[in-house]
Write a protein that binds this ligand. Structure first.
Ligand code: SF4
Length: 375
């Protein structure tokens, strides 16, 4: 069994009275992990705390005319008989980007640590002090298949399970929590004894299994998935989101995207790229989103051109606008070429049989034709 989904050890911690914090973002993975913890384990209700880090207008809701992620979490928890603790940071996503003068990236997810992890960890530390319960399991809806980095096990800080007796990994920030106490008349830092284990109850689940878990429980995921085709319920303008998700989110929250564009100018940085004549260049977000994805271009050229012409367009890395501009010239070239090839075949087939395309005459004629006619 994957140690990261070791239910036996999680149950042992539950039997010792550990408090299980369910990190719930409102996304499908959070929802499924909450269900799994309730279904697969035997934890008294008072040992479960549902917690949500509120990202304000950057969450689905306020700007997108859908139920707010925060309200979705509160309702979802209520259905399962639990209250929700909502925590927040005093700065928002754009404040942080302004402060660090950079956009979040896979290597620098300062927004996740500042806006989600830190407020939740702070709450856990205060909770432990207030209640005297220092044994905590911090449940996160992370899945191996969701991220290559995670599936390769590179998230060492969380996944290094070798140093502890439990294979659930200790939360490094919180386990270091110390308190200043007076010892022999001097103030000393002592470890409070807080033990927080990070646990990934749905680490091995596939995306389909996540949706199945939700459906089988008679629940529905946040409407952004089905109504708008979002693949993740991340921040509305998360630089790490897929292009498809960004395009959908832009349609729902255009004003936030205009603010994003202003911020790009303000800090004079962008992270998006596009290919121009085979070279990759940085472009502002709005330009990036206006360039159709390769899939869209492929579908377009396939619908309008024969496969050879489509191949040429795609190889050149042209945009739909480029294609539309030259499509007439290309279409007439394709027609001419088809006619020319047919005439050539009629002439050479009786002379060379089915291998006529390999004949010198054919090769030469085609070469001259392409040199002269190809746009
Ligand atoms: S969803 Fe994206 S922008 Fe939001 S906190 Fe996570 S990484 Fe940062």
């Amino acid at each position: 069994m994957n140690p990261l989904v070791n239910i036996k050890e999680a149950q042992a911690l539950a039997n010792l009275g550990a408090i299980f914090f369910i990190n719930h973002s409102g996304g499908k993975d959070s929802q499924a992990q909450f269900l799994k913890v309730l279904q697969d384990m035997n934890i008294p209700k008072e040992q479960i705390v549902v917690i949500h880090a509120d990202l304000g207008r950057f969450e689905w809701g306020e700007e997108t005319d859908t139920i707010a992620a925060k309200d979705f979490v509160i309702n979802n928890a209520k259905v399962m008989g639990h209250e929700t603790i909502v925590v927040e940071h005093d700065q928002n996503l754009f404040d942080l980007i302004r402060r660090y003068k950079r956009w979040p990236s896979t290597l620098a997810r300062f927004c996740t640590s500042s806006l989600k992890t830190t407020p939740i960890e702070k709450y856990i530390a205060v909770y432990a002090e207030r209640t005297g319960n220092y044994l905590i399991v911090n449940c996160l809806g992370l899945r191996a298949m969701e991220s290559n980095e995670r599936s390769k096990g590179q998230d060492k800080e969380c996944f290094d399970v070798s140093k502890v007796s439990y294979t659930l990994s200790p939360n490094p920030g919180l386990c270091r929590k110390t308190k200043k106490v007076e010892v022999d008349g001097k103030l000393k830092s002592v470890n409070m004894g807080l033990k927080v284990y990070n646990w990934y109850p749905i680490f091995d689940l596939t995306e389909d299994e996540v949706f199945e878990t939700i459906e089988d429980a008679g629940q529905t995921p946040h409407p952004a998935y089905k109504e708008f085709g979002m693949s993740r319920l991340s921040c509305i303008c998360c630089t790490l989101a897929s292009k498809g998700d960004l395009i959908q989110a832009q349609k729902r929250a255009p004003s936030l995207y205009l603010e994003y564009a202003d911020l790009e100018k303000e800090i004079d940085k962008t992270v998006f790229t596009k290919k121009v004549k085979g070279k990759t260049i940085l472009v502002p977000l709005l330009e990036y989103l206006s360039v159709p994805s390769k899939k869209r271009i492929r579908n377009y050229v396939k619908a309008h051109l024969d496969s050879e012409a489509a191949g040429i367009f795609l190889k050149e890395g042209l945009t739909i606008e480029d294609i539309v501009e030259s499509i007439d010239a290309f279409t007439s070239y394709i027609r001419k070429k088809t006619k020319f090839k047919k005439e050539l075949k009629d002439k050479l087939l009786p002379l060379h049989g089915n291998g006529f395309k390999k004949s010198e005459e054919y090769q030469e004629a085609m070469h001259l034709f392409l040199e002269k006619e190809r746009p």
